[in-house]
Design a protein around this ligand. Structure first.
Ligand code: PEP
Length: 251
C-alpha cells in the first residue's frame, strides 16, 4: 500500500482570525488544481481553529492545532486541552516542534503526556524531530533523531503508531532559507524509518515521514521525489495559499 502523501501548514503565531479564515478559504478555492492524492492539513493558532474548521467545511482539507496540554483538564491557566481541540473538529496536533522544544522547554517527558492526551481524544499527532546546526556539524543528527523517537514514539502501542505522522525538521533549516538537500533528507528519513522498523516492524512502511525546513514551491518536487519523503511540514510558505498549494503540486 502506498503511504499517505501529506502537505501540512504550520501557521505558527501568524494571522488574526479574519486573515486565517481568508487564507483557509483561498486554500479551499485552489485545492482542485492539486492531485486528490495529496492530503492537506492547515494548523492555525488556537484562537481561530474553530473558524478555520468552519471555513474548510465541505472540502477535504483537515485542521490541526500546533500543540496541546499535558493534562486532560483542570487548573492549568493558559493551557488548551486535546479534548477542546478535538471538540472543534480538528483531526491533528503538531507535537514536539523545535520551537517548542527550544523556547518552551518541551521534553520527552512532557511530550509523552501530550501524545497520550492526543490519542485519548482521537487526534493524530504530527511528531517533530530534528537536530540543530551544532549537532549536524558534529555528525550527531542520527543519534539525536533516534533518541527523540525512542524516548516518545517507542512508548506508543501498535494501534497508536498506526495513527502517527512524523516530521523531520532540521532546526538549521527552519525559517532560515537553508534547505536540506534532497539527498540529506532521504538519508535521514530512511534512517528514521529503519529506527521505526526496529520497534514496529512492517508497520514502519506505512508511517508518513514529512520533511520540514524552508520547503517551498521551487524545491518541494525534488525533495518529495525521494523514496522515504512523504510530504512536508511547511512554515513560511504555508502563509500564502498559492505557495502552499504549489508545494502540493510537487508530488
Ligand atoms: C516549521 O517550522 O515547521 C517550518 C518548516 O518552517 P519553515 O518552512 O518556515 O522553515
Amino acid at each position: 500500500m502506498a503511504r499517505k502523501k501529506i502537505v501540512a501548514g504550520n501557521w505558527k503565531m501568524n494571522t488574526v482570525p479574519a486573515e486565517g479564515v481568508e487564507l483557509a478559504k483561498s486554500v479551499v478555492a485552489g485545492r482542485s488544481e492539486v492531485c486528490e492524492c495529496v492530503n492537506f492539513i492547515v494548523c492555525p493558532p488556537f484562537t481561530h481553529l474553530s473558524q478555520v474548521v468552519e471555513a474548510v467545511k465541505g472540502s477535504d482539507i483537515a485542521v490541526g492545532a500546533q500543540d496541546c496540554a499535558t493534562e486532560a483538564k483542570g487548573a492549568y491557566t493558559g493551557e488548551v486541552a486535546a479534548q477542546m481541540i478535538a471538540a472543534l473538529g480538528c483531526k491533528y496536533v503538531i507535537l514536539g516542534h523545535s520551537e517548542r522544544r527550544q523556547y518552551y522547554g518541551e521534553t520527552s517527558e512532557s511530550l509523552n503526556k501530550k501524545m497520550a492526551q492526543a490519542y485519548a481524544n482521537g487526534l493524530t499527532p504530527i511528531y517533530c524531530v530534528g537536530e540543530n546546526l551544532e549537532e549536524r556539524e558534529a555528525g550527531n543528527h542520527f543519534a539525536v533523531c533516534k533518541a527523540q523517537i525512542e524516548e516518545v514514539v517507542f512508548n506508543l502501542t501498535e494501534e497508536q503508531f498506526a495513527n502517527l505522522v512524523i516530521a523531520y525538521e532540521p532546526v538549521w533549516a527552519i525559517g532560515t532559507g537553508k534547505t536540506a538537500t534532497a539527498e540529506q533528507a532521504q538519508e535521514i528519513h530512511a534512517y528514521i524509518r529503519e529506527v521505526l522498523r526496529s520497534k514496529f516492524g512492517a508497520a514502519a512502511e506505512e508511517c508518513p515521514i514529512l520533511y520540514g525546513g524552508s520547503c517551498k514551491p521551487s524545491n518541494a518536487a525534488e525533495i518529495f521525489a525521494k523514496a522515504d519523503v512523504d510530504g512536508g511540514l511547511i512554515g513560511g510558505a504555508a502563509l500564502k495559499a498559492e505557495d502552499f498549494l504549489a508545494i502540493g503540486k510537487g508530488f
